[in-house]
Design a protein around this ligand. Structure first.
Ligand code: OGA
Ligand code: MN
Length: 231
């Protein structure tokens, strides 16, 4: 048992160790991984880190998400805001649950990491990001999310989108890629492999989730700045 565990966790630990990184309880906002995300955002508006979280924490988050889904805590996601909130499966077919502080050890740990990333992005890019909101999302087989922007028409606070994937051994033929629409008719597809994080500017990068052929789990969130209009 010990051997199996060592073999499974080694690749992640090795990669981080080889890069000189570790995952302490409090990660500095100046962590090189955060600096890389900030410079990617500055250069082209998005960043993909294939090994963002160590395997153990990814697995704990996936387990938490799955347990919550089994307990019925995830509810069909809606689109829109204010008076126009609607569940429209033709647009998006995932079920979500917002992650609140104090809800669980693994999600608290993730919120702490996101807090460090928030500070790191503010220090590097002067974005004025004030808080983070995030939810677990589960796409059942066949579900998708049509092309959209993450910024609402009546609320411009969402500034930076983050998607952490929680799926083990995802294959390209499982579908469910996140497709980013980039300038110049270019697209970039992200395979939703566990531990990978995608970060992009909410107001600038249209994107969609292609139909998944198996259950697809993620923890999606947004760094928000102060609103320019009172709500
Ligand atoms: C979203 C979203 C992308 C993904 O929830 O707004 O675009 O890859 N998610 O899950
Ligand atoms: Mn989105």
């Amino acid at each position: 048992m010990k051997l199996v565990f060592a073999r499974l966790s080694q690749p992640v630990l090795l990669v981080w160790a080889a890069d000189g990184y570790h995952v302490p309880m409090n990660i500095s906002p100046h962590h090189p991984l955060f600096a890389r995300i900030a410079s990617d955002l500055a250069d082209h508006g998005w960043s993909q880190q294939n090994i963002f979280l160590p395997e153990a924490l990814t697995r704990e988050l996936a387990e938490d998400c799955r347990q919550r889904a089994l307990a019925g805590a995830l509810t069909p996601a809606a689109t829109g805001r204010g008076g126009s909130v609607q569940v429209r499966e033709a647009i998006r077919g995932d079920a979500i649950e917002w992650v609140e502080p104090g809800q669980g050890a693994a999600s608290d740990r993730y919120l702490m990491i996101m807090e460090s990333l928030r500070q790191g992005l503010n220090q590097a890019l002067y974005l004025g990001l004030e808080d983070f909101e995030g939810h677990y999302a589960c796409y059942p087989p066949g579900a998708y999310y049509r092309r959209h922007l993450d910024r609402f028409n009546d609320d411009d606070r969402r500034s930076v989108s983050t998607v952490l994937y929680l799926n083990s051994a995802w294959l390209p033929e499982d579908g469910g890629q996140l497709r980013l629409y980039l300038p110049g008719e270019r697209t970039h597809d992200v395979v939703p492999t566990g531990g990978a994080l995608v970060v992009f500017l909410s107001a600038e990068i249209p994107h969609e989730v292609l139909p998944a052929r198996r259950e697809r789990l993620s923890l999606t969130g947004w760094f928000r700045r102060r609103g320019e209009r009172p709500l």
